[in-house]
Ligand binder design. Structure first.
Ligand SMILES: Cc1ncc(COP(=O)(O)O)c(C=O)c1O
Length: 391
Protein backbone atom coordinates (compact mmCIF):
# COMPACT_ATOMS: atom_id res chain seq x y z
CA UNK A 1 0.00 0.00 0.00
CA UNK A 2 1.26 3.46 -0.86
CA UNK A 3 2.52 5.67 1.96
CA UNK A 4 0.78 8.64 0.34
CA UNK A 5 -2.49 9.87 1.95
CA UNK A 6 -5.33 9.05 -0.37
CA UNK A 7 -6.55 12.54 -1.09
CA UNK A 8 -6.37 11.98 -4.87
CA UNK A 9 -7.93 9.29 -7.04
CA UNK A 10 -4.82 8.95 -9.20
CA UNK A 11 -4.70 7.75 -12.79
CA UNK A 12 -2.62 4.63 -13.51
CA UNK A 13 0.27 6.38 -15.24
CA UNK A 14 3.46 8.05 -13.97
CA UNK A 15 5.39 10.50 -16.09
CA UNK A 16 9.17 10.61 -15.81
CA UNK A 17 10.20 13.14 -18.47
CA UNK A 18 8.71 16.10 -20.31
CA UNK A 19 9.63 18.51 -23.13
CA UNK A 20 7.33 21.12 -24.60
CA UNK A 21 3.85 19.60 -24.92
CA UNK A 22 5.07 15.98 -24.58
CA UNK A 23 5.30 13.78 -21.50
CA UNK A 24 6.86 10.29 -21.38
CA UNK A 25 6.07 7.45 -18.98
CA UNK A 26 8.68 5.07 -17.56
CA UNK A 27 8.20 2.69 -20.50
CA UNK A 28 9.10 5.50 -22.92
CA UNK A 29 5.55 5.97 -24.23
CA UNK A 30 4.89 9.60 -25.27
CA UNK A 31 1.70 11.47 -24.30
CA UNK A 32 0.42 14.75 -25.72
CA UNK A 33 -0.13 17.08 -22.78
CA UNK A 34 -3.44 18.93 -22.99
CA UNK A 35 -3.43 19.80 -19.28
CA UNK A 36 -0.02 21.43 -18.46
CA UNK A 37 -0.08 20.09 -14.89
CA UNK A 38 -3.42 21.95 -14.43
CA UNK A 39 -2.47 25.29 -16.02
CA UNK A 40 1.06 25.34 -14.62
CA UNK A 41 3.58 24.52 -17.37
CA UNK A 42 2.20 27.22 -19.68
CA UNK A 43 5.60 27.46 -21.41
CA UNK A 44 5.78 23.69 -21.85
CA UNK A 45 7.81 21.17 -19.87
CA UNK A 46 11.41 22.07 -19.09
CA UNK A 47 11.36 25.35 -21.00
CA UNK A 48 15.06 26.08 -21.73
CA UNK A 49 15.03 29.61 -20.27
CA UNK A 50 13.34 28.50 -17.04
CA UNK A 51 15.57 25.42 -16.70
CA UNK A 52 18.68 27.55 -17.23
CA UNK A 53 17.53 30.13 -14.66
CA UNK A 54 16.85 27.38 -12.09
CA UNK A 55 20.20 25.67 -12.78
CA UNK A 56 22.20 28.87 -12.51
CA UNK A 57 20.43 30.10 -9.37
CA UNK A 58 20.64 26.67 -7.69
CA UNK A 59 24.44 26.89 -8.03
CA UNK A 60 24.54 30.38 -6.45
CA UNK A 61 21.99 30.50 -3.62
CA UNK A 62 18.69 28.71 -3.02
CA UNK A 63 17.27 30.25 0.17
CA UNK A 64 18.00 32.92 2.75
CA UNK A 65 14.65 34.06 4.29
CA UNK A 66 12.67 37.27 4.16
CA UNK A 67 14.63 38.61 7.14
CA UNK A 68 17.10 39.84 4.52
CA UNK A 69 16.70 41.67 1.25
CA UNK A 70 16.42 39.29 -1.69
CA UNK A 71 17.66 40.96 -4.91
CA UNK A 72 15.95 38.43 -7.19
CA UNK A 73 12.64 39.00 -5.36
CA UNK A 74 12.96 42.76 -5.73
CA UNK A 75 13.71 42.27 -9.42
CA UNK A 76 10.72 39.97 -9.95
CA UNK A 77 8.48 42.37 -8.00
CA UNK A 78 9.61 45.26 -10.22
CA UNK A 79 9.07 43.19 -13.37
CA UNK A 80 5.58 42.12 -12.30
CA UNK A 81 4.36 45.54 -11.19
CA UNK A 82 5.71 47.07 -14.42
CA UNK A 83 3.94 44.41 -16.49
CA UNK A 84 0.61 44.67 -14.64
CA UNK A 85 0.52 48.33 -13.54
CA UNK A 86 0.12 47.20 -9.93
CA UNK A 87 2.16 48.86 -7.16
CA UNK A 88 3.40 46.15 -4.78
CA UNK A 89 3.76 42.36 -4.53
CA UNK A 90 3.90 39.74 -1.77
CA UNK A 91 5.42 36.39 -2.78
CA UNK A 92 4.36 33.02 -1.40
CA UNK A 93 4.33 29.43 -2.65
CA UNK A 94 0.92 28.50 -4.05
CA UNK A 95 -2.46 29.73 -5.24
CA UNK A 96 -4.27 29.05 -1.98
CA UNK A 97 -1.58 30.90 -0.05
CA UNK A 98 -1.76 33.85 -2.43
CA UNK A 99 -5.54 34.01 -1.86
CA UNK A 100 -4.96 33.95 1.90
CA UNK A 101 -2.82 37.06 1.44
CA UNK A 102 -5.63 38.74 -0.52
CA UNK A 103 -8.20 37.78 2.15
CA UNK A 104 -6.03 39.13 4.96
CA UNK A 105 -5.28 42.26 2.94
CA UNK A 106 -9.02 42.90 2.43
CA UNK A 107 -9.75 42.36 6.13
CA UNK A 108 -6.92 44.70 7.12
CA UNK A 109 -8.24 47.30 4.67
CA UNK A 110 -11.66 46.94 6.33
CA UNK A 111 -10.31 47.28 9.86
CA UNK A 112 -8.43 50.41 8.81
CA UNK A 113 -11.83 51.83 7.80
CA UNK A 114 -13.42 50.94 11.14
CA UNK A 115 -15.20 47.77 9.92
CA UNK A 116 -14.86 45.16 12.68
CA UNK A 117 -16.36 42.20 10.81
CA UNK A 118 -15.15 42.68 7.23
CA UNK A 119 -16.98 40.59 4.64
CA UNK A 120 -15.83 39.54 1.16
CA UNK A 121 -18.25 38.84 -1.69
CA UNK A 122 -17.53 35.55 -3.52
CA UNK A 123 -19.35 33.68 -6.29
CA UNK A 124 -21.25 30.46 -6.78
CA UNK A 125 -19.00 28.10 -8.74
CA UNK A 126 -15.81 29.66 -7.34
CA UNK A 127 -12.63 27.79 -6.52
CA UNK A 128 -9.91 29.57 -4.56
CA UNK A 129 -7.97 26.73 -2.89
CA UNK A 130 -8.01 24.26 0.00
CA UNK A 131 -6.59 26.18 2.96
CA UNK A 132 -9.28 27.24 5.41
CA UNK A 133 -9.67 30.85 4.27
CA UNK A 134 -9.52 29.97 0.57
CA UNK A 135 -11.88 27.04 1.19
CA UNK A 136 -14.42 29.34 2.85
CA UNK A 137 -14.28 31.48 -0.31
CA UNK A 138 -14.74 28.37 -2.47
CA UNK A 139 -18.19 27.12 -3.48
CA UNK A 140 -19.20 23.45 -3.33
CA UNK A 141 -20.54 21.73 -0.24
CA UNK A 142 -18.72 18.37 -0.66
CA UNK A 143 -15.36 20.14 -0.42
CA UNK A 144 -16.41 22.32 2.51
CA UNK A 145 -18.77 20.26 4.66
CA UNK A 146 -16.19 17.80 6.15
CA UNK A 147 -14.13 20.74 7.39
CA UNK A 148 -16.78 22.89 9.01
CA UNK A 149 -16.92 25.26 10.76
CA UNK A 150 -15.90 27.50 7.88
CA UNK A 151 -13.98 30.73 8.38
CA UNK A 152 -16.66 33.47 8.54
CA UNK A 153 -16.64 36.73 6.61
CA UNK A 154 -17.79 35.67 3.14
CA UNK A 155 -21.09 36.26 1.39
CA UNK A 156 -21.91 34.37 -1.80
CA UNK A 157 -23.79 35.63 -4.85
CA UNK A 158 -24.71 34.21 -8.26
CA UNK A 159 -22.44 35.23 -11.15
CA UNK A 160 -23.97 37.52 -13.78
CA UNK A 161 -27.00 38.31 -11.59
CA UNK A 162 -27.01 42.12 -11.63
CA UNK A 163 -30.02 42.40 -9.29
CA UNK A 164 -28.32 40.11 -6.74
CA UNK A 165 -25.21 42.24 -7.02
CA UNK A 166 -27.16 45.44 -6.29
CA UNK A 167 -28.91 43.84 -3.32
CA UNK A 168 -25.64 43.16 -1.45
CA UNK A 169 -24.80 46.87 -1.31
CA UNK A 170 -27.13 47.07 1.69
CA UNK A 171 -24.60 45.00 3.64
CA UNK A 172 -22.40 47.57 5.41
CA UNK A 173 -19.51 45.24 6.27
CA UNK A 174 -18.43 44.45 2.73
CA UNK A 175 -14.84 45.33 1.93
CA UNK A 176 -14.02 43.41 -1.25
CA UNK A 177 -15.20 41.21 -4.11
CA UNK A 178 -13.09 38.16 -5.01
CA UNK A 179 -13.67 36.52 -8.42
CA UNK A 180 -11.93 34.41 -11.06
CA UNK A 181 -12.28 36.16 -14.47
CA UNK A 182 -12.83 32.66 -15.89
CA UNK A 183 -13.99 30.11 -13.30
CA UNK A 184 -11.64 27.17 -13.84
CA UNK A 185 -12.58 24.31 -11.52
CA UNK A 186 -16.18 25.52 -11.70
CA UNK A 187 -16.42 24.39 -15.35
CA UNK A 188 -14.34 26.87 -17.41
CA UNK A 189 -16.99 29.59 -17.13
CA UNK A 190 -15.91 33.07 -18.20
CA UNK A 191 -17.51 36.02 -16.45
CA UNK A 192 -18.84 38.48 -19.02
CA UNK A 193 -17.01 41.77 -19.53
CA UNK A 194 -20.28 43.56 -18.66
CA UNK A 195 -20.43 41.78 -15.32
CA UNK A 196 -16.77 42.50 -14.55
CA UNK A 197 -17.31 46.17 -15.45
CA UNK A 198 -20.38 46.25 -13.17
CA UNK A 199 -18.23 44.82 -10.35
CA UNK A 200 -15.56 47.45 -11.05
CA UNK A 201 -17.99 50.36 -10.90
CA UNK A 202 -19.71 49.02 -7.78
CA UNK A 203 -16.33 48.63 -6.06
CA UNK A 204 -15.45 52.21 -7.06
CA UNK A 205 -18.77 53.54 -5.72
CA UNK A 206 -18.58 51.60 -2.45
CA UNK A 207 -14.81 51.80 -1.84
CA UNK A 208 -14.57 48.00 -2.01
CA UNK A 209 -11.51 46.24 -3.37
CA UNK A 210 -11.94 44.34 -6.62
CA UNK A 211 -9.76 41.21 -6.28
CA UNK A 212 -9.09 38.91 -9.25
CA UNK A 213 -7.97 35.35 -8.57
CA UNK A 214 -5.85 34.78 -11.69
CA UNK A 215 -4.18 31.64 -10.36
CA UNK A 216 -5.51 29.66 -13.32
CA UNK A 217 -6.23 32.43 -15.89
CA UNK A 218 -2.83 34.13 -15.52
CA UNK A 219 0.69 33.84 -16.88
CA UNK A 220 -0.25 33.73 -20.55
CA UNK A 221 -3.01 31.15 -20.25
CA UNK A 222 -5.73 33.43 -21.65
CA UNK A 223 -3.61 35.11 -24.35
CA UNK A 224 -2.38 38.02 -22.22
CA UNK A 225 0.04 38.03 -19.29
CA UNK A 226 -3.09 38.26 -17.10
CA UNK A 227 -6.67 37.87 -18.27
CA UNK A 228 -7.68 41.26 -16.83
CA UNK A 229 -5.42 42.91 -19.41
CA UNK A 230 -7.35 41.26 -22.20
CA UNK A 231 -10.71 41.99 -20.63
CA UNK A 232 -9.89 45.64 -19.94
CA UNK A 233 -11.10 45.59 -16.31
CA UNK A 234 -8.37 46.33 -13.77
CA UNK A 235 -8.54 44.88 -10.25
CA UNK A 236 -7.11 46.44 -7.08
CA UNK A 237 -5.69 43.08 -6.01
CA UNK A 238 -4.31 40.44 -8.38
CA UNK A 239 -3.71 36.89 -7.16
CA UNK A 240 -1.45 34.58 -9.17
CA UNK A 241 0.49 31.28 -8.87
CA UNK A 242 0.45 28.10 -11.05
CA UNK A 243 2.12 29.26 -14.32
CA UNK A 244 4.19 31.94 -12.57
CA UNK A 245 7.04 29.47 -11.99
CA UNK A 246 6.17 27.13 -14.89
CA UNK A 247 6.26 24.27 -12.37
CA UNK A 248 8.56 25.72 -9.73
CA UNK A 249 6.18 26.59 -6.83
CA UNK A 250 5.56 30.32 -6.42
CA UNK A 251 2.48 32.46 -5.83
CA UNK A 252 2.00 36.20 -5.56
CA UNK A 253 -0.54 38.73 -4.40
CA UNK A 254 -0.14 42.05 -6.19
CA UNK A 255 -1.96 45.21 -5.18
CA UNK A 256 -2.59 48.71 -6.40
CA UNK A 257 -3.33 52.07 -4.76
CA UNK A 258 -4.64 51.97 -1.19
CA UNK A 259 -4.61 48.15 -1.22
CA UNK A 260 -0.88 48.14 -1.92
CA UNK A 261 -0.07 49.56 1.53
CA UNK A 262 -2.80 47.79 3.55
CA UNK A 263 -0.47 45.07 4.86
CA UNK A 264 2.27 46.43 7.09
CA UNK A 265 5.35 45.10 8.92
CA UNK A 266 4.43 42.01 10.93
CA UNK A 267 1.01 41.55 9.30
CA UNK A 268 1.98 38.57 7.16
CA UNK A 269 4.97 36.35 6.56
CA UNK A 270 6.37 33.23 4.95
CA UNK A 271 9.60 31.30 5.34
CA UNK A 272 9.96 30.11 1.76
CA UNK A 273 7.97 32.71 -0.17
CA UNK A 274 9.94 34.72 -2.73
CA UNK A 275 13.15 32.69 -2.35
CA UNK A 276 16.05 33.41 -4.71
CA UNK A 277 15.40 30.15 -6.57
CA UNK A 278 11.62 30.63 -6.96
CA UNK A 279 12.09 34.22 -8.12
CA UNK A 280 14.76 33.27 -10.66
CA UNK A 281 12.33 30.75 -12.19
CA UNK A 282 9.46 33.26 -12.20
CA UNK A 283 11.58 36.07 -13.70
CA UNK A 284 12.48 33.74 -16.55
CA UNK A 285 8.76 33.04 -17.05
CA UNK A 286 7.69 36.69 -16.95
CA UNK A 287 10.44 37.72 -19.37
CA UNK A 288 9.62 34.88 -21.75
CA UNK A 289 5.93 35.87 -21.67
CA UNK A 290 6.85 39.44 -22.69
CA UNK A 291 6.87 38.09 -26.28
CA UNK A 292 3.55 39.09 -27.93
CA UNK A 293 4.00 36.35 -30.54
CA UNK A 294 4.02 33.70 -27.81
CA UNK A 295 0.93 35.18 -26.12
CA UNK A 296 -0.75 35.30 -29.54
CA UNK A 297 -0.32 31.54 -29.84
CA UNK A 298 -3.11 31.08 -27.28
CA UNK A 299 -5.86 32.00 -29.75
CA UNK A 300 -4.19 30.23 -32.68
CA UNK A 301 -3.81 26.96 -30.78
CA UNK A 302 -7.38 27.28 -29.50
CA UNK A 303 -8.69 27.72 -33.07
CA UNK A 304 -6.66 24.72 -34.27
CA UNK A 305 -8.01 22.53 -31.51
CA UNK A 306 -11.60 23.57 -32.14
CA UNK A 307 -11.24 23.25 -35.92
CA UNK A 308 -10.05 19.64 -35.64
CA UNK A 309 -12.61 18.97 -32.91
CA UNK A 310 -15.55 20.23 -34.96
CA UNK A 311 -14.33 18.37 -38.05
CA UNK A 312 -14.23 15.04 -36.25
CA UNK A 313 -17.19 15.28 -33.88
CA UNK A 314 -19.71 12.81 -35.29
CA UNK A 315 -22.77 14.14 -33.51
CA UNK A 316 -23.01 17.80 -32.37
CA UNK A 317 -25.77 16.82 -29.92
CA UNK A 318 -23.09 15.21 -27.73
CA UNK A 319 -21.77 18.69 -26.90
CA UNK A 320 -23.83 21.27 -24.99
CA UNK A 321 -21.41 24.18 -25.01
CA UNK A 322 -17.83 25.16 -25.78
CA UNK A 323 -16.55 27.87 -23.41
CA UNK A 324 -13.47 29.67 -22.20
CA UNK A 325 -10.81 32.19 -23.13
CA UNK A 326 -7.51 31.53 -24.92
CA UNK A 327 -6.06 28.24 -23.74
CA UNK A 328 -8.70 27.66 -21.07
CA UNK A 329 -11.08 25.55 -23.08
CA UNK A 330 -14.20 23.90 -21.64
CA UNK A 331 -16.27 21.44 -23.68
CA UNK A 332 -19.48 20.52 -21.88
CA UNK A 333 -20.72 17.11 -22.98
CA UNK A 334 -23.96 15.21 -22.63
CA UNK A 335 -22.18 11.83 -22.33
CA UNK A 336 -20.84 10.51 -19.00
CA UNK A 337 -17.56 12.39 -18.72
CA UNK A 338 -15.53 10.50 -16.12
CA UNK A 339 -14.41 7.70 -18.47
CA UNK A 340 -13.19 10.23 -21.01
CA UNK A 341 -9.95 11.01 -19.19
CA UNK A 342 -8.93 7.33 -19.19
CA UNK A 343 -10.07 6.91 -22.80
CA UNK A 344 -7.84 9.85 -23.83
CA UNK A 345 -4.93 8.50 -21.82
CA UNK A 346 -5.23 5.19 -23.67
CA UNK A 347 -4.88 7.21 -26.90
CA UNK A 348 -1.75 8.90 -25.48
CA UNK A 349 -3.42 12.23 -24.70
CA UNK A 350 -3.71 13.96 -21.30
CA UNK A 351 -6.95 15.86 -20.65
CA UNK A 352 -9.09 16.68 -17.62
CA UNK A 353 -12.76 16.73 -16.69
CA UNK A 354 -14.12 19.27 -14.21
CA UNK A 355 -17.49 20.26 -12.74
CA UNK A 356 -19.00 16.88 -13.62
CA UNK A 357 -19.35 16.97 -17.38
CA UNK A 358 -16.95 19.57 -18.75
CA UNK A 359 -13.83 18.45 -20.58
CA UNK A 360 -11.12 20.93 -19.62
CA UNK A 361 -8.21 21.54 -21.98
CA UNK A 362 -5.27 23.61 -20.71
CA UNK A 363 -2.53 23.02 -23.28
CA UNK A 364 0.78 24.92 -23.20
CA UNK A 365 1.51 28.00 -25.32
CA UNK A 366 4.36 26.10 -27.04
CA UNK A 367 2.04 23.43 -28.48
CA UNK A 368 2.54 23.14 -32.26
CA UNK A 369 -0.31 23.47 -34.76
CA UNK A 370 -0.07 19.74 -35.51
CA UNK A 371 -0.23 18.84 -31.83
CA UNK A 372 -3.23 21.15 -31.41
CA UNK A 373 -5.01 19.38 -34.27
CA UNK A 374 -4.18 16.00 -32.75
CA UNK A 375 -5.60 17.14 -29.41
CA UNK A 376 -8.86 18.37 -30.97
CA UNK A 377 -9.16 15.23 -33.09
CA UNK A 378 -8.60 12.88 -30.13
CA UNK A 379 -11.10 14.69 -27.91
CA UNK A 380 -13.74 14.44 -30.65
CA UNK A 381 -13.00 10.73 -31.13
CA UNK A 382 -13.35 9.87 -27.45
CA UNK A 383 -16.66 11.74 -27.31
CA UNK A 384 -17.81 9.91 -30.45
CA UNK A 385 -17.06 6.61 -28.70
CA UNK A 386 -18.37 7.72 -25.32
CA UNK A 387 -21.73 5.92 -25.32
CA UNK A 388 -19.77 2.65 -25.60
CA UNK A 389 -17.51 3.75 -22.73
CA UNK A 390 -20.55 4.36 -20.57
CA UNK A 391 -22.09 0.98 -21.44
C1 LIG B 1 -8.53 29.94 -9.47
C2 LIG B 1 -7.72 29.14 -8.50
N1 LIG B 1 -7.39 29.68 -7.32
C3 LIG B 1 -6.64 29.01 -6.42
C4 LIG B 1 -6.21 27.72 -6.67
C5 LIG B 1 -5.41 26.99 -5.65
O1 LIG B 1 -4.07 26.95 -6.05
P1 LIG B 1 -3.06 25.93 -5.33
O2 LIG B 1 -3.50 24.56 -5.68
O3 LIG B 1 -1.71 26.30 -5.91
O4 LIG B 1 -3.13 26.19 -3.87
C6 LIG B 1 -6.54 27.12 -7.89
C7 LIG B 1 -6.12 25.73 -8.16
O5 LIG B 1 -6.64 25.05 -8.99
C8 LIG B 1 -7.31 27.84 -8.82
O6 LIG B 1 -7.66 27.31 -9.99
Amino acid sequence: MSAIMRTYKQLPVAFVRGRGATLWDAQGRPYLDGLSGIAVTNLGHCHPRVTQAIEEQARELVHTSNLFRIPGQEQLGAELVAATNMDTAFFCNSGAEANEVAIKLARRYGHDRGIKTPTIIVLDGAFHGRTLGALAATAGEPMRQPFEPMVPGFTRITPEDMAGLKSVTAHSDIVAVLVEPVQGEGGVRPLSREYLLALRSLCDQQNWLLMFDEVQTGNGRCGALYAFQRLGVTPDVLVTAKGLGNGYPIGACLAKGEASIALRAGDHGTTYGGSPLACAAASAVVNTLADPHLLGRADIIRERILHAFNNHLANPALVTEVRGLGLMLGIEVTVPATGLVTAALEQGVVINVTAGNTIRLLPPLVMTDEEASQLGHTVAEIINQAPEIAA
